[in-house]
Design a protein around this ligand. Sequence first.
Ligand code: FRU
Length: 501
Amino acid sequence: MVMEEKRVFLNGPVVSGWVISVLMGVMMVVMAGCAGGWKGEARYRIGVSQCLDDAWRQKMNYEMERELLLHPDMMLSRRIAYGSNALQCAQIDSFVSERVDLLIVSPNEAEEVKPAVTRAYRAGIPVIVADRRVTGEEWTAFIGGDNYKVGQLMARWIREKKPVHVLEVAGLPGSTPATLRHKGMTDGLPEGIEVHSVMGSWYREEAYAVVSDYLAKQGEADVIVAHNDLMAIGAAEAVRDSKRYVGRKIPIMGVDGIKPGLQAIVDGLTECTATYSSRGDMVIDAAARILHGEPYVRDTVLETTLVDIKAAYPMLRQDEAITRDLETLHLVQTQSENRWKQLKQDKRILFLCLVVSFVLLLLAFGYIIFRQSRLQTEIKQEILPQLETMQEAIQLSRRDEAFAERMKQIVDEHVTDPNLNVEYLGSMLQLSRTQLFRRVKAVTGKGPLDYIRERRLIRADQLLYTTDMTIQQVALEMCFSSASYFSKCYKEYFGHLPSER
Ligand code: FRU
């Protein structure tokens, strides 16, 4: 039975270990599910580096976000350089060190931003250059407008006006649109037209300042061409505020065809604009194709057209509808982002709960295993020896009982035999005198002689009680030397004389 007990106890930790392994496995699977396997979570992170944050770029950003709805496996992380080449390079470099899956760059100035783009490209990150180009060929795809053609449209419009002096409000000179628009325009102008260039760097305020200054310094301008709509508006405001041109209007052309530009045409501030599509949707589509390993067009050049007052009004209406769409899109996006945040939070809580319960489970199992091994040790070291001692004691007492029984039998058989003494009893029990004394003392608490006498007195008492024998006769029968000695012994044992019974 003890062995059986041992077996059960020893099996305990083995079973617990097995249970723990299974539980751990199940928990790991559940935790892994919680940690990252949520359906819908973006797989690709795309870094977007925008050189500026004006109306044209905001439109481009919206277009990208809208297209992104079709690609739930992609997410955008956008950084704006606010016209700083150094900041843009640093932002691109940080995208590279974050190991984004793809980079979209709209470079501020071609030459200055090129090194960062090259670093990203050489680091194995696909790079889509959008709108403005970088010099060299180390990029994956390009999507942008035909700036030379924009320049040609400007030239065509200028030619129609037959001016002598053209004031060109140019964009940032290091950017490819500024360079190509200027070239397209000058290439398309006949001899005899004088082009004066001032630099507005793409900003409305800057254009206002340089045009005001130009006019104040008696500069001549029969027409003004600005490299974008915002600068065209700035130039128109400068003309309006110029003392030299009070009551006079200078025809002004912009580029882009974005909402403020169209509004300026409708309001009569400027005369026309050339479209310059941002097409953020195409950029995202190309990104998806590259990331999914599908075929894509490496160099996409977008068309441009002239927009006059006739085209501007419907375009403005369309633009307003798009803006409304974009606002709705933004609302939906914010709502969906909030849901995602909640989902992520829940996920974190669930994960925490699992970790806590896992730790508690481990602690519980650890404690059980510890307790089992302690119990086993206690059983081995304390209980089992005690059991063994008890078993030994039981066996010992059984031996004593058997001995006492045999001795009683022998003594009772020979109780009337005068030869029954210590030697006789010892020989019958095959024990030496000392052994006999020790064992009789152990089982009866008295010496062998006293024991023999006790048995004789008990038999004597029976005889007195059951027969007509006299005390004298009984004393002799029970081997007492005299009746008086028998009476003395009898009284000592029973507490009264045999005659008093
Ligand atoms: C917007 C913008 C546009 C212009 C384009 C050229 O940031 O200035 O107005 O057409 O960039 O890259």
